[in-house]
Every structure is written in structure tokens, then in C-alpha cells.
Design a protein around this ligand. Sequence first.
Ligand SMILES: [Zn+2]
Ligand SMILES: [Zn+2]
Length: 510
Amino acid sequence: MAHQAHNIAWQVLAANLRYQTSNAHKQRPSDLVWRYTQTHANDIEYFVESFVRNLHDHTVTERAKYPATYAPPSPDEILLDDATARKINRTVYRWRKAMSRNWTVRDDPPVKWNGSRALCPHDNKANSNSDSNPTCSCPLPLSERKTPAFLRRYTRNDCYRFYKENQDAFTNIELAKTLILHGQMDPLLRIAAHPETDYATWTGVTACPCTSEQLGWESLYRRALDAYITLNIIACFPELWDAECRTQNGLLGASWGSLMEDEYRNTALYQRMLQNCTATAESAVSTYPHLQFFGIPERHVRHMFEFDIGVAMQWPALVQFVNKEQEKKKKKKKKKKKKKEKRVLVEKRKFPFGQVPFDVFLNSTAPPPHLPSDHDIQRVFEILHSKRLPPELVQPILEMAEYDTPQRRLPEPHDPFHRANRDELTRYLTFCWVTLVRCTMLAQELGLRINWKLEVLDCLERVVNVRQGKGLYGYEWVDRGTRRVFYFVDAGGNMLREFTVLEGDVPGFM
Ligand SMILES: [Zn+2]
Ligand SMILES: [Zn+2]
């Protein structure tokens, strides 16, 4: 399920893309860009349809592994049994801590969550001011495992009031996402059978009307989709990751000030995907599999890049930001003498992806620290054991040091296409695909449908060559605003031809 070459028309898609070297003078990034061939619209549609058909087929197969129908759980039932709770406990602890950091909008002081692996023995909801935040500090309180927690409703909220209105419901949605990531679909299929479930509402949910970050289901499957499509596209261009192919094709050596190495990690495509999948997010759990695979710590990639001025001055694409910063300072100086700033800030939407080498992109704020892999944890365990510490003592020590869960999967860090990383890359791509399948399965159970055709097109617009043209497709409202007509566009944004999505279709759950 990694590349699925026989089922998904990757080669047709790749034939419509070409590699573009960077050029500093023209502010042109290293990237994979659309060719806009004669058959562009037909080929893109052919690819998208092969993708959607395959996803549909896999969803049918996956759903057949579970009972055909479910009885809704009873009001006081423990929906998550002990075995399931144990499997997800660690992940819940992790996003509980992340969510506490976001609680600046709340009046309560952040909770110090209990990091122990033991299951919550308390059922103390009655003493609490909030359902999901009981008086005990267990990350997964017993009350959170019962049916009522899964039936909380979303409330539309004003600015800065998301956590005030929706903290409890959002906590359960994050729990549901955790279950999807761990492949624990059974409790979700059961709750989907409950007539009072409000899961379907969690689409298009943002923290307030003026922010765009998705907090519902989309955050989970859109990140998986970005990674799956981007890495599979790159797989079609071995000259960008296989040293032998590279020299054969003579891609080495670019013009002055441009990136000196034509390789996939320097492309805007790869850097943009990495940013989308690993940047700090309100829905922290949806970034975890990607942080772990790419070996990036939480809160390392942000929505604001920060560079040392000395580093920024070495890259033509960053010099403009230094100049602007200095302009600003000159104006300020007249009012007040300030000490010299050594950093320059660049917003994500203005960041010149593909115009700085990968290591500059990755290390912009600080070099990422060493994250323990499975192998590292095993070694530390053995070292402590060799000091005559019994295993029942070694384990709590590792837990306290938060050195008990692998945070990195790649044997060779930060290079998914490195020869030593092939198995992990295959595993990760399979995981991304399975996430799409599970989300589709849950949506169907809720009586919803994810419009995968538009989701895949939107993903291509997000990651491929965003700046070159006017996007991949457009639409117009017709019949007095009751129906949309979709069409593919060329490089200039002109209509190529119409395509069909079902009447009333919109991206996301519907
Ligand atoms: Zn407890
Ligand atoms: Zn707002």
C-alpha cells in the first residue's frame, strides 16, 4: 500500500511534472512544476480518479473486517476497554500536555498531567468544573472512556472562546483521532451507530471565525494525504534522490546563488509538505505520526521562521527580509534607541520554499535535538541494566526521562529516501494510506462522504507549484447560486474543460 503502482496512476501524474532548478536572480525555487501538456486536464483527472477508486475499494475491504452493524452503546458503558486505554494512554498524555500549553485563553491554571502509564482508577467527575478536566490528573480519566464523553456536542463560539465552549468536545475529538491513528476503530464504529453522536459536525471547525486552521477530522486526513502524495511524486523522480541517476542526468551544478544540489529535500514541494505536516498545530495529535517519521520535535517547525541575520544574508531569497527588517528599525530608531537585533522573522506564507537548502530550512530557529529511536532506547535500557538496576526500576527511570517512547523512526535522520530508510518509508506511506481508509470508513458510518476528488485536487494545489499558475481548478456558481460548475485551468488560470463532481459536493465531510 506504499506506492500502489498498479492501482494509482502516479506515472501519468509524474509525466505532467518536470524538475525546475533554482535561480536566485529570477527568485525561482527548486521545485517540481506542472508542464501543462496537451493532455494536462485529462491526465490529472485520470490520476485523481484512479486514486479515489482505489481508496474506495480499500475502504470496502477494510469495513468488511468489522461487524456489519453495531448496537449503540448504553449510557453508562465503558466504551474504551482497559486494553485499548493502555494502547493509547501515552499518546493521550502527550497531547494533553500540548493542549495545556494552549490554555492561555482559559482562566484555570494548566493541569500538570500524571505521566504514569497506569490507568485512571478514579471516577471523580462529580467534583469537577469540567467534564474532560476532572480533579484527578490522569490524562485519560475513567469518565472519558464512557459513552457520555463521546456524545458531547460542538457549540459555535466567538473569538477566543473555543476552549471555553468546546474544550470537552474537542478533547473527545482528539481522543477519537488518537483511536484512528492507533487503528482502534471498533469504539468509533459503535459510537457512530448512536443516534445522538455529533461527530459529523466536526468538519470545518476552527478556533474562531477568523482563523483557518482545521481542528476537526480534516486535520488528520489532510496531513496524511499531503505526505502520501508528495512522497509518491518524489518517488517518480529518482534523479532527485538516487546519486547514480543524478550524475547520469547531469543535474549537478546550478547557477550562482542557487541551490548547489538538485535533490528532493531542496524542492519547494518537499519543504512545503514538511511544513504542512509537522508545524505546531492546535490539533497536536494529527501531527504526531509525521513528527515521528521525519524525526522533528514538537514545536520545532512553526508558522513563523526565524533566522540568524548572518545566515539569512547568505541566501538571496532571505536578504529581502533582512533589508525590510532594517528599514523598520531605522524608523523606530528615531523614536527610541534599541539594542541590535540579530534575528529576522519570516512568515510562513512569505517563506521562499525551495530557495534555501534543506538544512537552512530545518535549522532556521535552532538545530533539532537528537530524538531517541527504538535502537537508542534499547541501548540505554541495556546500559542501565548492566549497572545492575532491575528492569522494574529501569522502566520508571526511562519514563521519567521521557526516554521510553521512540520519537524517531528513520535510521538515517532527515532523509526519507536514503537507502537505509527504505523500509521505514514504505511503512510510513502505508500508514498514511491506512489513515485515509480509516477516515473514509468512519465518515461512511456517520452517513457522510468525504469528497475525495476535490480533496486530492486541493492537496495537489497545496503542495505542487503553488506560485506558478492560478491553481489546478476553478468553479463558478450557476443556477442562481445553487450549483457549482468545476473546471480545470491552464497556467494562466484560463478554463481548459469542465469536470464533474456530484451535485452539492464540497471538500471535506458532507
Ligand atoms: Zn484519575
Ligand atoms: Zn477570531
